[in-house]
Design a protein around this ligand. Structure first.
Ligand code: TYD
Ligand code: MG
Length: 451
C-alpha cells in the first residue's frame, strides 16, 4: 500500500484511531467498532483524532485573508490585520481604553461582517452609551453573559466573524470550583474559547485586566495559549496610549501603535515622531533619540536628571528604558567620558510613555545624562542614535538610512551617529567613534569631532 494513501481506522465508540484495523478497539475494548475512515476530509466534531500525519510538502496552506479591523494602528500591531479564527489577548490596566479600542474596531468591522460583543463588565445600555460617544455602532451585536458554556454555544451557533470577550476575568465555568477571575477559571475560559475560535472560525479578542504589580490572574497565565498578546499601555491620566504586541504567531512583535484618547474615542497617531520627538531648544538634560520600533523609526525625546546624592547606592531610575541598560550606560559614561556620576542620582524618562528596548537608543540616553550632568544643553536640532559598547566605543546601529530619513522628515538639521554611518543629502551628519567624542560634539564643547 502506498504510504500517502494510508487509510485510517477509527472507533465509532471512543474515537480511537489507528493505521491498522483491530477486531477489538484498543481504546475502549468494544468489539467491531473500528471502521475505515477516509483521510481526505475532516469530519466536524470528531476530526481531530483522525488527522493523519503529513509531510510538510503535503500540507495545504490556505492563507486566509486578514480582516481589516478599521483601526489602522491595531492592524499594524496585529501584523497586517486580524487573522480569522485566531485568539488575541488584549491586556492592560483598567481604564487604559481596552473596551474603547475594541468597540471602535467592532464598529468599523460591523459594516461588512458579523461581529459580537460579549460583555460581562458593562450592561448593554452602558455599551450603547459608549458606542454613541464613538459615533454609533448600530450593527454590533451585544450579549451580556458571563457563563462560559452559554458564550461558547452562542459562538458555535451564531458563528460571527469576530467576537470580543470583555473581559475574560468575568467568565465563569460552573464545573470549576473557584471564583471568576481565578487562574483556573481564566485558563479554562481561554482554552475553551481557543477551541471554539479554531473550530467555528471565529476570531476572538479576549480582554484581560492587568494591574501595575501584575497580581491579577489573567494575561500572564494565558500567554502561551493564545495566538497574539497585545499590551495596551499608557497613563490613564494622560492622553497617549501605546499598543504593542508581546507575542504574535502571525507577525512581528516589534510593531507599535500610538493613540490619543479624546472625547470621541481613540485617535491613531500616524506620526508619533512629531509628537514625541520634539525637544525644547536649549533645555538641559534633553536629547532626541532616533530609535527603531519594529519596522518604523521613531524619534523620542529622552529626558534626564542628575542630582547629587549622599546615598551609598545612588539611585538609577528609568521610565521607558531597561534599568540594566541604564546602569550600563551610566557606568560607561563614568568610566569613558569622565562624568562624575558615582555620587549622583540619575533619572531617565522617555517621552510619551514609550518603552525602548533597542540598543540604537543608547547614545541619546547617554547624551541626555551627559547634558544633565554638565548643565549644558545639547546643540539645537540634533538627534542621535548608536549603540554603546562597554569599551566606550560606539557601534553602528541597524537601518541607519531609515533613521536618518525619519530625522530629515521631521525637519531636524543634524544627526550624531557612530563613525561609518552613511551620509544623507539634507542632514549634517556628525560622526563619533567613542562616547567621549559624542559628548563633546553634542554639547558643543569641541568642533573637532565633527565630519
Ligand atoms: P475603557 O475603554 O473603559 O478602559 P478599559 O476597558 O481599558 O478599562 O475607557 C478608558 C477611559 O477612557 C475611561 O476613563 C473613559 C475614557 N474615554 C474617553 O476619554 N473618550 C471616549 O470616547 C471613551 C469611550 C472613553
Ligand atoms: Mg473595559
Amino acid at each position: 500500500m502506498a504510504k500517502t494513501a494510508a487509510s485510517l481506522f477509527a472507533c465509532s465508540e471512543c474515537g480511537y484511531s489507528s493505521g491498522r484495523w483491530f477486531g477489538r478497539c484498543p481504546g475502549c475494548g468494544e468489539f467491531g467498532t473500528l471502521a475505515a475512515e477516509s483521510t481526505g476530509g475532516r469530519r466536524d466534531g470528531e476530526g481531530l483524532a483522525l488527522r493523519p500525519i503529513l509531510r510538510l510538502v503535503e500540507v495545504e496552506v490556505e492563507e486566509a485573508a486578514r480582516i481589516a479591523t478599521g483601526v489602522p494602528e491595531l492592524d499594524r500591531v496585529l501584523g497586517g490585520g486580524l487573522v480569522p479564527a485566531s485568539l488575541v489577548l488584549v491586556g492592560g490596566e483598567p481604564g487604559v481604553g481596552k473596551s474603547t479600542l475594541l468597540l471602535m474596531a467592532l464598529r468599523a468591522m460591523s459594516v461588512d461582517r458579523r461581529v459580537l460583543l460579549v460583555t460581562g463588565e458593562e450592561s448593554p445600555a452602558q455599551v450603547k452609551l459608549r458606542a454613541a460617544r464613538l459615533g454609533g455602532a448600530a450593527a454590533v451585536e451585544v450579549m451580556a453573559e458571563t457563563e462560559l458554556e452559554t458564550v461558547c454555544s452562542a459562538l458555535e451557533r451564531e458563528r460571527p466573524d469576530v467576537c470580543v470577550i470583555d473581559s475574560v476575568q468575568t467568565l465563569y465555568a460552573a464545573e470549576i470550583g473557584s471564583a471568576p477571575g481565578s487562574v483556573a477559571q481564566v485558563r479554562e475560559a481561554a482554552a475553551r474559547l481557543l477551541r471554539v475560535a479554531k473550530e467555528s472560525g471565529v476570531a476572538v479578542f479576549l480582554v484581560g485586566h492587568v494591574t501595575k504589580d501584575g497580581t491579577v490572574a489573567g494575561p500572564r497565565v494565558l500567554e502561551h495559549l493564545v495566538d497574539c498578546v497585545l499590551q495596551f499601555e499608557g497613563d490613564r491620566y494622560r492622553a497617549h496610549r501605546i499598543l504593542r504586541a508581546a507575542k504574535n504567531r502571525f507577525g512581528s512583535t516589534n510593531e507599535l501603535g500610538v493613540f490619543e484618547m479624546t472625547g470621541t474615542g481613540l485617535v491613531g497617531v500616524p506620526d508619533p515622531s512629531e509628537l514625541f520627538g520634539r525637544s525644547e531648544a536649549g533645555e538641559v538634560g534633553a536629547a532626541v533619540a532616533c530609535a527603531l520600533e519594529g519596522t518604523r523609526p521613531i524619534l523620542l525625546e529622552i529626558q534626564a536628571l542628575v542630582a547629587a546624592t549622599d546615598l551609598a547606592m545612588p539611585r538609577r531610575v528609568a521610565t521607558g528604558v531597561d534599568p540594566k541598560r541604564l546602569a550600563m550606560i551610566v557606568a560607561v559614561l563614568t568610566r569613558h567620558a569622565g562624568l562624575p556620576l558615582g555620587s549622583a542620582d540619575v533619572f531617565v524618562n522617555v517621552a510619551g510613555g514609550v518603552r525602548i528596548d533597542e540598543p540604537g537608543a543608547d547614545l541619546a540616553v547617554a547624551l541626555a545624562i551627559a547634558s544633565a550632568s554638565r548643565g549644558v544643553a545639547m546643540r539645537e536640532g540634533l538627534a542621535a542614535f548608536g549603540e554603546l559598547g562597554l569599551t566606550g566605543r560606539l557601534r553602528p546601529a541597524a537601518q541607519a538610512e531609515r533613521r536618518l530619513e525619519e530625522c530629515a522628515k521631521l525637519g531636524l538639521r543634524a544627526v550624531l551617529a557612530p563613525a561609518g554611518t552613511p551620509g544623507h543629502p539634507t542632514l549634517a551628519l556628525s560622526e563619533a567613534g567613542t562616547v567621549r567624542e559624542a559628548v563633546r560634539t553634542a554639547l558643543g564643547e569641541a568642533q573637532a569631532a565633527a565630519g
